[in-house]
Design a protein around this ligand. Structure first.
Ligand code: FES
Ligand code: FE
Length: 455
């Protein structure tokens, strides 16, 4: 494999190009870039571990990943949520090998040391005999994840103790997360377990697809229009607003299609409407009442989709949260959670779950559409020609949609800079520019308001 020489000046030149709508293709599949982004992005960014509803009672646990670190997330006896490196401090064996469960003590399968769910070492096989009575067990507990915090039920972890607090990191995204997660009494719940599968794709491509690419829907997902499960206009995903936020986060809000009747509140049951009014601000409520789809990406690798699917009499909405866990430059593990309002009627929840499985589950129609594309883009970004270092037109990808044509709105009720259509490339550029700013070291996640031009 040809290796790429990375230096800050070169990365700055690429960033400048991206701000003009031109992106070199090789950054989508480059091992040297991958190593850099693990150290400079993922080692410091907040990443999703799960949802509080997955840890219902004291003793509940789930096992997850923060990129290459296996993580054990527990609810302690006191009800707190804690997370540890899921690796035994004796010889490094993965401590808990199950995906989820409930227990107060974890015994290592290798030599039998045991730990409570506060991470303390509480038992050593033949301890007194082999280590002596003076062994200080306090020193040999599980290694805690440096920062763990929750927002509206979402559990996040961060591998850097010095990264800014979660709420500051989420910044303007909180306002949009509130619409998705806090609209109904009791918030959201996870149904089933997160589904996982491997894709031969680069994480930036999938994050960008959710955060800034409603344009692909008209072609890749055209069959959903023909099947009658999406609004009957192939360009439906363009109507609405693209919102560019601080820290590389992005949201797209699809609104109704002119001339087509769109059900309010994404087709949610009428009995829930008063809750939405009660729990959201007037501005948030206005968005929810008129939107069809909310889709976006919380930088770096947490994507979300709240769609309106189905046909007359069988409309459903759900919240699909996804982590694109980077494995290598050309491989990710997808973690996909189905979430639904706790307060929704049971029959609606079940219909909605079926709708998710058929559309964005691992074998869902829309999922299959996307997976094929992402794999082929990633594959085509690895070769000699795609790696040409000259930044002229022939050697860059086009991120110019809306350039010189679509201006931001003068007034927008929520945080961020909003554009009056989702068919623009400003969100994708926002994500890639922020990503490059972290790689060059021009910004870091310890600072406050690192992207202060976006309020
Ligand atoms: Fe866990 Fe030895 S590796 S007890
Ligand atoms: Fe798609």
């Amino acid at each position: 494999m040809m290796s790429t020489v990375l230096d800050e000046d070169r990365l700055r030149k690429i960033k400048e190009k991206i701000s003009q709508g031109m992106m070199p293709q090789w950054i989508l599949n480059d091992p040297a870039i991958f190593d850099e982004e693990i150290e400079k992005v993922f080692a410091h960014a907040w990443q999703l571990l799960g949802h509080e509803s997955e840890l219902k009672e004291p003793g509940s646990y789930i096992t997850r990943w923060l990129v290459h670190d296996p993580i054990l997330v527990v609810r302690t006896k006191k009800g707190e949520i804690k997370a540890f490196l899921n690796s035994c401090p004796h010889r490094g064996m993965q401590l808990c090998t199950a995906d989820f469960g409930k227990k107060n003590t974890f015994q290592c399968p290798y030599h039998g040391w045991s730990f409570n769910n506060d991470g303390k070492l509480i038992g050593v096989v033949a301890g007194d005999k082999v280590y002596g009575e003076g062994m200080d067990k306090e020193q040999w507990g599980l290694k805690p994840v440096p920062q763990v915090a929750t927002y509206n039920g979402l559990i996040f972890g961060c591998l850097d103790a010095n990264t800014m607090p979660l709420e500051e990191y989420l910044g303007g995204m909180k306002w949009y997360f509130d619409i998705l997660l806090n609209r109904s009494d009791g918030g959201m719940e996870v149904r089933g377990v997160p589904q996982r599968w491997i894709l031969n794709a680069n994480w930036k491509l999938t994050s960008e697809n959710f955060g800034g690419d409603p344009y692909h829907v008209a072609t890749v997902h055209r069959s959903t229009v023909e099947l009658g499960i999406s609004p009957q206009d192939p360009l439906f995903s363009g109507y609405g607003y693209q919102v560019v936020l601080d820290h590389g986060h992005n949201v797209n809000i699809n609104t109704g299609v002119p001339g087509l009747d769109i059900p309010p509140y994404q087709g949610m049951p009428e009995e829930m409407w008063p809750m939405f009014q009660k729990n959201l601000t007037a501005e948030q409520h206005d968005i929810l009442s008129k939107c069809t789809v909310i889709v976006g990406n919380c930088f770096p690798n947490l994507s979300f989709l709240s769609p309106l699917h189905g046909s007359e009499g069988h409309l459903h909405n759900y919240l699909n949260m996804r982590v694109w866990r980077p494995i290598s430059a050309d491989k990710i593990e997808v973690w996909s959670w189905f979430m639904i309002d706790k307060a929704a009627p049971e029959a609606y929840k079940q219909a909605s779950y079926k709708g998710y499985i058929a559309s964005f589950g691992p074998s869902g129609t829309l999922e299959q559409d996307d997976a094929e594309i992402w794999a082929r883009v990633t594959q085509a970004s690895k070769g000699i020609l795609a790696r040409d270092k000259d930044l002229s037109y022939n050697n860059v990808l086009n991120y110019m949609m809306g350039e010189g044509k679509v201006e931001p709105l003068d007034h927008w009720d929520g945080p961020g800079v909003a554009y009056p259509t989702c068919y623009v490339d400003y969100a994708s550029r926002n994500m890639h520019e922020f990503w490059l700013s972290l790689l060059t070291g021009d910004v870091n996640l310890r600072q406050s308001a690192v992207h202060s031009e976006i309020k």
